[in-house]
Design a protein around this ligand. Structure first.
Ligand code: HPA
Length: 325
């Protein structure tokens, strides 16, 4: 069921060919890679001097089914065409500058539930690396398991629980190419502490303190939302939020040595009680994402600006930033 050592995922050379193809078409040399979660793709619009590629045009890239159009076919009388699209997930790779910093942004990501292998889901991280990215920022929509969390909260990931990975569906299973990273990578430091602190500081400054949380994210394969027993189990295991993405990408990004920051937008509360009338659904996820998207974008834009300032140690920029947040 899971890839064997002799089954091909994309090789180093495949990834390099994709990165070289992209670098040949864009003058942008990104140092920050951003992955936009459900309903949070608007962040890409903040990039200046954009060069954008549809995933379908990028060699070796899978297509997000969010962009996949139904094949023209005649519907049976009285039957609606099943779209098979994951609304809220676009399918574009956007290069540009964010607050003067060169970035590449995935507007839409790949998920296990779309039928992609976990290696294909994580391929863009290796391409990021070969493009020159050193810091990856990932966002997602998630259901709250922590009873103190509210819909609309932004959770900074401090750790994760990789249930598919623990049971063998792990992106680094198979032959290890040392040019990407070591055979047995450490994951106890997956989320960069300094970037978590930066997010907390920036969040406070922007007045987001009331809805900014920290916690542990648990990934499941989806696409069904959790049963009551599953949500209770995850909460008992120490997870604060649950979703269907991010962890695979984080694992591969860390394997190849990039710094990682990730946040979850809490779009719903996981149903933990058999008497609850609540039912998780994707429409609710998108409605909440739309309501909070602007704040998520401001948080990330300001973090990116601040990251550069720290890097350049340029105090003048510090003052500028307060005006255009
Ligand atoms: N469960 C899993 N994935 C999710 C959820 C959830 O409740 N909300 C948004 N993505």
């Amino acid at each position: 069921m899971f890839p064997q050592a002799d089954q091909s995922s994309d090789t180093y050379e495949d990834c390099k060919a994709t990165a070289d193809w992209l670098l040949a078409q864009s003058a942008v040399r990104p140092s920050v890679g951003i992955v936009c979660g459900s309903g949070l793709g608007g962040l890409a619009a903040a990039l200046k001097d954009q060069v954008a590629f549809d995933y379908k045009d990028v060699p070796n890239f899978p297509q997000s089914t969010g962009e996949r159009r139904p094949r023209p076919r005649r519907p049976e009388p009285g039957r609606r065409l099943a779209l098979g699209a994951v609304h809220g997930h676009a399918g574009r790779l956007v290069f540009g500058t964010l607050r003067g910093r060169s970035c590449v942004c995935m507007q839409g990501r790949f998920h296990l539930y779309e039928g992609y292998s976990v290696q294909k889901v994580t391929l863009p991280m290796r391409i990021f690396k070969l493009l020159g990215v050193d810091t990856v920022i990932l966002t997602n929509a998630a259901g709250a398991l922590n009873q103190d969390f509210k819909v609309g909260d932004i959770m900074i990931l401090k750790d994760h629980i990789n249930l598919p990975g623990l049971s063998g569906n792990h992106p680094l299973v198979g032959l290890n190419d040392e040019r990407f990273g070591v055979r047995f990578p450490c994951m106890s430091d997956a989320y960069e502490r300094e970037l978590q602190q930066l997010a907390l500081d920036v969040g406070q400054e922007l007045g987001f303190g009331d809805f900014l949380k920290e916690g542990v994210y648990s990934v499941l394969g989806g696409p069904s939302f959790e049963t009551v027993a599953e949500s209770r189990m995850l909460a008992k295991l120490g997870a604060d939020a649950v979703g269907m993405s991010t962890v695979h990408e984080v694992t591969v990004a860390r394997h190849c040595g990039m710094r990682v920051f990730a946040l979850s937008l809490i779009t719903n509360r996981a149903v933990m009680d058999y008497d609850s009338p609540e039912k998780a659904n994707h429409e609710e996820v998108l409605v909440v994402a739309k309501q909070r998207a602007e704040q998520v974008e401001r948080l990330i834009c300001t973090m990116v600006a601040r990251m550069e300032r720290r890097h350049n140690n340029n105090d003048d920029d510090d003052h500028d930033d307060h005006h255009d947040d």
